[in-house]
Design a protein around this ligand. Structure first.
Ligand SMILES: Nc1ncnc2c1ncn2[C@@H]1O[C@H](COP(=O)(O)OP(=O)(O)O)[C@@H](O)[C@H]1O
Ligand SMILES: [Mg+2]
Length: 299
């Protein structure tokens, strides 16, 4: 059974999307089957993983908007990425309209949960990139999730809003999703040369009793550059310290959840797949997707 992780913090610019993209790609590189669900109308995870929003709109491809507002099954919204084991449900601007469309519906907080539940068998990890708000999209993500991963930026005011996030998580747990866990806090944009980063870490540690990932994500120009090339860091610059850190974070997460990696799984799983290998792009990718969907439908 896969684990659904919502990457959330209503503060913007703390590294939610960067973590969703690169942690997912690192997990896929380790042989995990991974799905990213882009739940932010900005669609930065979508473009950061190499999909073109323009093309999605032109092709009228199903996105997380369809997932949230109509009866589109999740399988229909899934797209391939450049990594063999990594898929995505993309988003684009129209997702911002979904909030008002579903606001008055019964069961509005359970839409994503119901849609993703069916996919848990197909993936080891499903990561949801949340928008920088605590509105109905984020509540849907928290209701669908097994756990929340909270990126905290090593900057002034790092804890701003975290207590509000914690109470939203507690409220969701009480009312909507009793199983919801906190996966942990991950420090982003860490700079070992400054005292500030260490001060932030000390402050967070004295205020938050949840699991804190040992792996810290360093501030890295390569991590900031990668999305403009539509590539996760392990395809853009695998030797960079950002790529190494996200791989370590993936390993720490896998270890924490007691999951097996490709090498130990290969005895039972299809061994012809190569972990983290670059796959087809563009038209051939769509052909692969269509065939996969047809395969699924005909099952
Ligand atoms: N570790 C990092 N090092 C350098 N830049 C980073 C790092 N993490 C994120 N960024 C940059 O900071 C900005 C905000 O990050 P992002 O992941 O989009 O945050 P959020 O999704 O929380 O709004 C982006 O421009 C991103 O490229
Ligand atoms: Mg974001």
């Amino acid at each position: 059974m896969g684990r659904i992780i919502a990457v959330a913090n209503q503060k913007g610019g703390v590294g939610k999307t960067t973590t969703t993209i690169n942690l997912s790609a690192a997990l896929a590189g380790l042989g995990m089957e991974v799905l990213v669900v882009d739940c932010d109308p900005q669609g930065n995870a979508t473009t950061g993983l190499g999909l073109s929003k323009k093309e999605i709109i032109l092709n009228e491809d199903s996105t997380s908007y369809d997932l949230m507002t109509n009866d589109a099954p999740a399988e229909e919204c899934i797209k391939e990425t450049q990594l063999t084991h990594l898929k995505i449900i993309p988003s684009e601007q129209n997702l911002s309209g979904a909030e008002s469309e579903i606001l008055n519906r019964d069961g509005r907080n359970f839409i994503l949960r119901e849609k993703l539940q069916k996919l848990k068998e197909d993936f080891d990890y499903i990561l949801i990139d949340c928008p920088p708000s605590l509105t109905v999209l984020t509540i849907n993500a928290l209701t669908a999730a097994d756990a929340v991963l909270i990126p905290i930026q090593c900057e002034f005011y790092a804890l701003e809003g975290v207590s509000q996030l914690m109470s939203t998580i507690a409220l969701t747990k009480n009312r909507l999703n009793a199983e919801l866990d906190i996966e942990g806090v991950v420090f982003t944009m860490y700079d070992s040369r400054t005292n500030l980063s260490q001060q932030v870490i000390d402050e967070v540690k004295s205020n938050i009793r949840e699991y804190i990932f040992e792996t810290k994500i360093p501030r890295s120009v390569r991590l900031a550059e990668a999305p403009s090339h539509g590539l996760p860091i392990n395809l853009y610059d695998v030797k960079s310290n950002g790529a190494v850190a996200y791989k370590e974070l993936a390993e720490e997460l896998i270890k924490k959840n007691g999951k097996k990696t490709e090498s130990s799984k290969s005895a039972v799983k299809n061994t012809t797949r190569t972990a983290g290998k670059v796959t087809k792009s563009g038209a051939s990718k769509r052909a692969v997707r269509k065939t996969a969907l047809q395969d699924k439908k005909s099952k």
